[in-house]
Design a protein around this ligand. Structure first.
Ligand code: KG4
Ligand code: ZN
Length: 331
């Protein structure tokens, strides 16, 4: 079975073709960073327009790379939510129209379910059950993944996502959008200095909060001389606090569930300090850690194609033509 998938939930346009026997045949991602940089954040209307412009050329390139024609596709999948409604609508309309024109079934996929299942695209994949830490620009969640479609959210951010906090603090310190990776790189080159930030929501074992931390950084930055040393030391202290919070709560969730496999997904999983601390945790707790390759940690359509394929194999797809997307959608 060949599944063609589209991902347009936020600021990446992605297309992939997955075959349940041969695995991933091709995948392409177009980042909109250049489109949004001047505005310091994602502009939803510009995101929708750029998805509309890029979907067709990306589809043609992906088909070529997979050496596959549209006639060979068995199912057309798309991200149904959560995300920006306009952006989601572009992808779903594109998928539904293609489905109608080709008389192929379609299936809308939950974006976070895609992220959770992304490690199955790797040769060294986990088995159910496992704990997933999803850390991206839009989400920070600890999820007990019991089986396909059986997910229990154990903890999540009550305000900003971890990646969002990285980007907002980076913007405050003068980095261009999205500044999270550059801020992390500066923190890595720095060392502990005069700044310390309180661990947020320390009384709550599983939930996160990063908005107060962002305000604390803002206050520290406003009253300091704002030299390079201040910037580096603040970046260091901020990163320490975010990663410490993620790792502590993940440790609690691992203890609660008793699972022995731990998946880290989402853009923040690229963070060096997070990986270092999680690898140490894995040793201490004798658990196995899985990081999907970076291209599958960040937004991509391969994970959407894989998730859709699992449901299609159970005979589940969508026969209706209704383009109903869900900007907010609980897992
Ligand atoms: O999953 P993703 O590509 O996009 C979604 O949010 O869906 O994640 C992007 C986020 C951004 O907020 C970015 O700043 C953050 O991941 N990020 C990092 C690092 N690399 C990417 N945050 C901290 N350290 C990094 N090395
Ligand atoms: Zn995502």
């Amino acid at each position: 079975m060949k599944v063609l998938a589209f991902e347009t939930s936020c600021d990446d346009t992605a297309v992939a073709i997955y075959d349940d026997k041969q695995g991933l045949l091709a995948h392409r991602v177009h980042s909109q960073n250049e489109v949004h940089r001047a505005f310091g954040g994602v502009v939803p209307e510009l995101a929708s327009r750029d998805h509309a412009l890029k979907l067709l050329p990306l589809l043609l390139a992906t088909l070529r790379e997979a050496n596959c024609s549209l006639q060979n596709i068995d199912l057309i999948a798309y991200t149904r939510g959560p995300g920006l409604s306009g952006a989601l609508l572009v992808g779903s309309m594109f998928a539904k129209s293609l489905g109608l024109a080709l008389s192929k079934p379609t299936l809308g996929v939950h974006h976070l379910e895609g992220h959770i299942l992304a490690p199955f695209l790797e040769s060294q994949a986990p088995t159910f059950p496992f704990l997933a830490l999803l850390v991206s620009g839009g989400h920070t969640q600890l999820i007990h993944v019991k089986a396909l479609g059986e997910y229990e959210v154990i903890g999540e951010s009550l305000d900003d996502a971890a990646g969002e906090a990285f980007d907002k603090v980076a913007k405050l310190l003068g980095f261009p959008y999205p500044g999270g990776p550059a801020l992390a790189a500066l923190a890595d080159q720095s060392q502990a200095g005069r700044y310390r930030f309180t661990l947020p929501l320390s009384q709550d074992p599983y939930n996160f909060s990063f908005s107060g931390l962002k305000t604390a950084v803002m206050q520290a930055w406003r009253v300091c001389p704002q030299g390079e040393t201040d910037k580096a030391e603040i970046a260091y202290a901020f990163q320490e606090t975010v990663i410490e919070s993620l790792v502590r709560k993940a440790t609690n969730a691992l203890t609660l569930t008793g699972v022995k496999q731990f998946v880290i997904a989402g853009g923040v999983s690229a963070n060096r300090l997070l990986r270092e601390r999680v690898d140490k945790l894995a040793k201490d707790l004798s658990i196995q850690v899985f990081y999907p390759r970076l291209a599958f940690c960040t937004d991509n359509a391969a994970m959407i194609a894989y998730a859709a394929c699992q449901y299609a194999k159970q005979g589940k797809w969508d026969a209706s033509l209704a383009c109903e997307v869900k900007a907010r959608w609980a897992l």
